[in-house]
Design a protein around this ligand. Structure first.
Ligand code: SF4
Ligand code: SF4
Length: 57
């Protein structure tokens, strides 16, 4: 299962995007989104997010 970013929580800091090994996280408007078709569900982004906006769905 891929990981998802809750847009209501995401502050748009970009920390997660820099830690994704497959560049699955892209900026959209002022927030970030995970491309589920690219995500390998490694979990690296989840522990990176300072506001816990990322979870596995
Ligand atoms: S779980 Fe891993 S592959 Fe998926 S978006 Fe997060 S860092 Fe990238
Ligand atoms: S690390 Fe968290 S708050 Fe920062 S862009 Fe990623 S999901 Fe949003």
């Amino acid at each position: 299962m891929a990981y998802q970013i809750d847009r209501n929580i995401c502050t748009g800091c970009g920390a997660c995007a820099g830690n994704c090994p497959v560049s699955a996280i892209e900026q959209k408007d002022d927030k970030y989104e995970i491309n589920a078709s690219v995500c390998i569900s490694c979990g690296a982004c989840e522990s990176t997010c300072p506001v816990s906006a990322i979870s596995q769905k």
